[in-house]
Design a protein around this ligand. Structure first.
Ligand SMILES: NC(=O)c1ccc[n+]([C@@H]2O[C@H](COP(=O)([O-])OP(=O)(O)OC[C@H]3O[C@@H](n4cnc5c(N)ncnc54)[C@H](OP(=O)(O)O)[C@@H]3O)[C@@H](O)[C@H]2O)c1
Length: 333
């Protein structure tokens, strides 16, 4: 069933401009990374998912973003990724940059959720078993836990790196005050934060508005954007109704109520620019994020190879003009 005879394309690294350094670390990440939140669970055909992963790698995507709870059901994306990692990707392990996370509910009881040392270390051990690997490249605390002392969470991250189970650590969705504290703590322990993962897209600029992006930039920490296409809204997926195979139909993370006339009106501005540039809406939307100073990579999702191809192409599109940026910067909901 697995395509273990895969040989990666020899042109996969022919575009050095496809990579950006994460902060002042030694790590280069592709401008476009692939996330496995959706489309890599039990409801996905394994061969299609494997083909998507091969396509990504053939086109220079080295960074694959997972979490303990990705599926459905939770854990399934890591199991699927582990199958590929141990078959067709097995000879490429050192070319891959694999991240996983813990912090959302994963198992029953008081230890399967949030940011305690117990939860983070147990969860990472489970992730490693599911992926059948000894280490991940990057381990994130997935969200801010107001009830656990920051020192406990941060020391667990430090100890995880020292144990060799992760090479780097990152922080996701923490508010600015905790991020400031976290970066300082990790720096003192000589386990610097490789990157922060936050939602930044044309419809949600919180990391910019809250000063997170500029703080990270000033402190030499990378920033990776999740849901860069607002789960498909910015890719024009719903400009003409709700397709039967779309996320709104298949998942609960995006709901039809989001599709207001006002949103449509705002998205038409993006569509207009994309038509003038002869690009897709997804390409312009991703390009806008990559234009923001301090952004290392965008982690896209994709349900087909064609979508991924389209998104990858954004890394090679001409820069947005000031006039285009002025219009895009005024998009709001
Ligand atoms: N740290 C966190 O808390 C957090 C939270 C959420 C996500 N993430 C990470 O971010 C990754 C990406 O999130 P996301 O899946 O929401 O990203 P996204 O790129 O905003 O949305 C992906 C969806 O948009 C549609 N799409 C993508 N490219 C397209 C294209 N070129 N043309 C038309 N439609 C396109 C597809 O929708 P259809 O399925 O409808 O085809 C696809 O499933 C996740 O996999 C995960 O790794 C992290």
């Amino acid at each position: 069933m697995e395509n273990a005879n895969y040989i990666a394309s020899d042109t996969r690294y022919s575009h050095p401009e496809f990579y950006r350094r994460s902060g002042n670390s030694g790590i280069l990440l592709p401008k476009i990374s692939l996330g496995l939140w959706k489309n890599f669970g039990h409801t996905t055909d394994f061969l299609l998912a494997q083909e998507l992963l091969h396509y990504a790698f053939d086109n220079g995507i080295t960074h694959f973003d997972l979490a303990n709870n990705y599926g459905p059901p939770p854990g399934a994306a890591e199991v699927l990724f582990g199958q590929v990692l141990n078959s067709s990707f097995s000879s490429y392990r050192d070319e891959l940059f694999i991240s996983t996370k813990a912090g959302y509910e994963m198992w029953a009881g008081p230890y399967g959720n949030w940011g305690s040392r117990k939860s983070l270390i147990s969860s990472l051990d489970q992730s490693l078993k599911r992926m059948r690997t000894d280490y991940v490249d990057l381990f994130y605390i997935h969200r801010y836990d107001p009830a656990t002392p920051l020192d406990e969470t941060l020391q667990a991250l430090v100890d995880i790196v020292r144990s060799g189970k992760a090479l780097y650590v990152g922080i996701s969705r923490w508010p600015l005050h905790a991020t400031i504290y976290g970066l300082e703590y990790l720096k003192k322990e000589k386990v610097p934060c490789l990157c922060y993962q936050g939602r930044l897209n044309l419809l949600d600029r919180s990391p910019i508005n809250e000063g997170i992006l500029s703080f990270l930039r000033d402190n030499n920490c990378g920033f990776v954007s999740f849901s860069p296409l607002a789960q498909g809204l910015l890719a024009g997926r719903y400009m003409n109704g709700i397709p039967s195979n779309s996320r709104i139909r298949k998942e609960t993370s995006l709901v039809a109520d989001t599709l207001t006339d006002e949103l449509h009106h705002q998205l038409l501005k993006l569509k207009h620019i994309s038509e003038e540039r002869n690009e897709t809406m997804a390409q312009v939307a991703l390009n806008w994020i990559l234009h923001q100073d301090g952004v290392t990579s965008v982690i896209v999702g994709a349900s087909t190879k064609e979508q991924l191809a389209d998104s990858i192409q954004s890394a090679y599109c001409p820069k947005l003009t000031q006039e285009e940026l002025d219009v895009l910067n005024k998009i709001y909901i």
